[in-house]
Design a protein around this ligand. Structure first.
Ligand SMILES: Cc1ncc(COP(=O)(O)O)c(C=O)c1O
Length: 396
């Protein structure tokens, strides 16, 4: 099938929840993808921060092939070797003692919210409220969209579940003022807001939240669905700030493209989940976890994080250079290989033009071009991306 045929089928049979670009991608290698008509694109979206090792990485392909031949799925009625191993490795390399596997970022946050409620019920005298932040994004289930601080995500879903409130991001005093001593159980926050426009908070913000949570006896939950697993140049974004959360959520890059999410917690908190309190049929299945293990090993051994820092700097500096030349660029910000370029105007036209020139980029929060190349991106890919942007910007 060519692009047009696939577009037609999608339009006729698939729910209209996405405003998709008019191409169908059928093949990928490294930081390149090809559409059904054979056109190549430089991929600076990476499946929205999922394909951190690029497309078709040999370690992922090997893990899929090997595990698919052995066992794909059995359910959590039984023990699963790759799940246990991946859990051990994630705990070894993080603050956590124990984790719950699921299939997506929303499910990981749903698990975090449920755990916070159970912990609040048992250990905090019945507190249940989760404070999150304006402009945040935590998922599309009813609980996680209620935690999400964006009106457009919640519109049409009333009545929303109680127990959620939002405070301004990067504002410690507003957060402290909002804490209700009778109800607030947890603060849920992205270490860098992704969907909200690549918003990097002040250095002291996450540390301040930790102090606040310690002082008021609240749980601190970091949503690292987008920024975890190496995206910022460290395995987890919280490592940049020198403090640890009580709960952390992961998904996106965790499964290397297979649906895999996880909710990690300290032992004292994780204990509030006991048999029967939470579950997922697919969560942590042998195939997804085998690939997750291959991803984690490659991230830790292959110089990928170093490459992320190096290429992140190259891309950031190049984008800064463009900012000096094009007055409609307001700001460039980010960490590692999550970089946002805020414009004075809507970014959708630029995204369309980049697509025409053979480059995938994404626009979030209307005016922020978001760059999320694979962490294995090479210097010549970054240079090519910058050259395409320069050409597109010159036409504006
Ligand atoms: C920070 C964050 N949390 C949660 C989610 C939801 O993840 P999923 O789409 O896998 O449910 C996203 C998705 O963009 C995200 O960026």
């Amino acid at each position: 099938m060519n692009n047009q045929q696939i577009l037609k089928l999608t339009d006729k049979y698939v729910a209209h929840t996405y405003a998709r670009f008019p191409i169908a991608l059928v093949r990928g290698k490294g930081a390149r993808v090809w559409d059904a008509n054979g056109k190549a694109y430089l991929d600076f979206v990476a499946g929205i921060a999922v394909n951190s090792l690029g497309h078709n990485h040999p370690a992922i392909v090997r893990a899929v092939e090997r595990q698919a031949r052995k066992l794909i799925h059995v359910s959590n009625l039984y023990h699963i070797g790759p799940q246990a191993e991946l859990a051990r490795e994630l705990c070894r390399h993080s603050f956590a003692d124990r984790l719950f596997f699921c299939n997506s970022g929303a499910e990981a946050n749903e698990a975090a919210i449920k755990l916070a409620r159970r912990y609040g019920g048992e250990r905090l005298g019945g507190k249940y409220e989760v404070l999150s932040t304006h402009n945040s994004f935590h998922g599309r289930t009813l609980a996680t969209l209620t935690a999400t601080g964006q009106e457009k995500v919640r519109a049409g879903y009333d009545p929303l579940p109680p127990g959620f409130r939002q405070v301004p991001y990067n504002d410690l005093s507003a957060t402290e003022a909002a804490i209700d001593g009778n109800t607030t159980a947890a603060i849920l926050v992205e270490p860098i807001q992704g969907e909200g426009g690549v918003v990097v908070p002040d250095r002291e913000y996450l540390r301040g939240l930790r102090e606040l949570c310690d002082k008021k006896n609240l749980l601190l939950i970091f949503d690292e669905v987008q920024v975890g697993m190496g995206r910022t140049g460290k395995l987890f974004a919280y490592e940049h700030c020198g403090v640890e959360p009580d709960i952390m959520t992961l998904a996106k890059a965790l499964g290397g493209g297979l649906p895999l999410g996880a909710m990690l917690a300290r032992e004292g908190v994780a204990r509030s989940f006991v048999p029967g309190t939470h579950a997922s049929t697919f969560g942590g299945n042998p195939l997804a976890c085998s690939v997750g293990l291959a991803v984690l090993k490659t991230l830790l051994q292959g110089g990928v994080l170093k490459n992320c820092v190096k290429m992140g700097k190259l891309l950031f500096d190049g984008l800064q250079g463009l900012k000096e030349r094009f007055p409609f660029i307001r700001e460039v910000r980010g960490k590692g290989l999550i970089i946002g370029m805020e414009l004075e105007r809507e970014g959708s036209k630029i995204v369309d033009d980049c697509l025409g020139e053979g480059m995938l980029v994404n626009c979030t929060a209307h005016k922020v071009l978001r760059f999320l190349p694979p962490l294995i991106v090479r210097e010549k890919d970054v240079e090519m991306g910058l050259a395409i942007l320069e050409k597109v910007f010159s036409r504006q």
